[in-house]
Design a protein. Structure first.
Length: 116
């Protein structure tokens, strides 16, 4: 079955950096776009970034463009989110996502907290 396991979250000061990882299994990772979303307390889940099968095409939410970088390693079945210049408004639970066989799969999330 499809499994997504996020890691790398934590507490960081504003201006700092974190690198999130999402280890995937249960599907042919290299054939699927991968996505990162986040959900802050009291807010709806929102799109953060996407990457295509080879990593040659990426998309970002305007709020993170220029600060976050999505990447993937198909040999390790892992997608990453490098987050630089973090702001308090980046505080959220971060999830990775794949659309597989018509279904959306999510990991358990990893908490990112940015202090001012």
């Amino acid at each position: 079955q499809v499994q997504l396991v996020e890691s790398g979250g934590g507490l960081v000061q504003a201006g700092g950096s974190l690198r999130l990882s999402c280890a995937a299994s249960g599907f042919t990772f290299s054939r699927y776009y991968m996505h990162w979303f986040r959900q802050a307390p009291g807010k709806e889940r929102e799109f953060v970034a996407s990457i295509n099968w080879t990593g040659s095409t990426t998309q970002y939410a305007d709020s993170v463009k220029g600060r976050f970088t999505i990447a993937r390693d198909n040999a390790k079945n892992t997608v990453y989110l490098q987050m630089n210049s973090l702001k308090p408004e980046d505080t959220a639970l971060y999830y990775c996502n794949v659309q597989y066989n018509g279904n959306a799969y999510w990991g358990q999330g990893t908490q990112v907290t940015v202090s001012s």
